[in-house]
Write a protein that binds this ligand. Structure first.
Ligand SMILES: [Zn+2]
Length: 195
């Protein structure tokens, strides 16, 4: 009996150490608030539904608070700084990978949150009226996983084709830079090397 227990305890310890290593590693990988990916994620086919427990496991705490509990990220925070620096590319839902916005519709509204004048994939975005602040606001949700993304405001006088401001939490977006932009960077880096 004793002989079997010791290797078992040892195996459990080993699994524990390995698991801890993986968790610690995935946390350091989340250095930047908006996850940047190399290429377009596979697009979901149909609705994405998960239990609350599954969402909690898959999302980080801030993403969960915003997507599943209609929270709002801090204005002018790290997310916004990262967003402002990003060039051409496409934004996907952190909950389900559906394409939502692109840099083509991005504009600087100076409101402290990522702003777009239109979604890039209209069918993946739905609107809903909420009264969380005591008055009606139009909520923007992901039409694929039903996650909360932010709000849309109309008629604020912005010089954009729609005069709409999709005020979006950057925390719930994933970014894929355009291949061209990446090539430009590569070329620039190679040129620098050659000099
Ligand atoms: Zn989604």
């Amino acid at each position: 009996m004793m002989r079997q227990t010791i290797p078992l305890a040892f195996a459990a310890l080993l699994v524990g150490v390995l698991l801890f290593g993986t968790i610690a590693k995935s946390q350091t990988n989340q250095g930047a608030p908006i996850e940047v990916m190399e290429k377009e994620p596979e697009q979901p086919q149909g609705e994405v539904k998960k239990s609350d427990e599954e969402w909690k496991k898959m999302l980080n705490a801030e993403q969960y608070r915003i997507l599943r509990k209609a929270g709002t990220e801090r204005a002018n925070g790290e997310v916004y700084k990262q967003f402002k620096k990003q060039g051409a590319g496409t934004y996907y839902c952190a909950g389900c990978d559906a394409e939502l916005f692109s840099s083509k519709e991005k504009f600087d509204s100076r409101c402290g949150w990522p702003s777009f004048y239109d979604p890039s994939k209209a069918k993946n975005v739905k609107l809903d009226v909420d009264y969380h602040l005591g008055y009606a606001r139009t909520e923007v949700r992901c039409n694929v996983c039903d996650g909360h993304l932010g709000h849309v405001f109309t008629g604020e006088g912005f010089d954009t084709p729609t005069d709409k401001r999709y005020c979006i939490n950057g925390t719930v977006l994933k970014f894929v830079p355009d291949a061209e932009a990446k090539d430009d960077k590569k070329e620039a880096a190679e040129k620098k090397k050659a000099e």
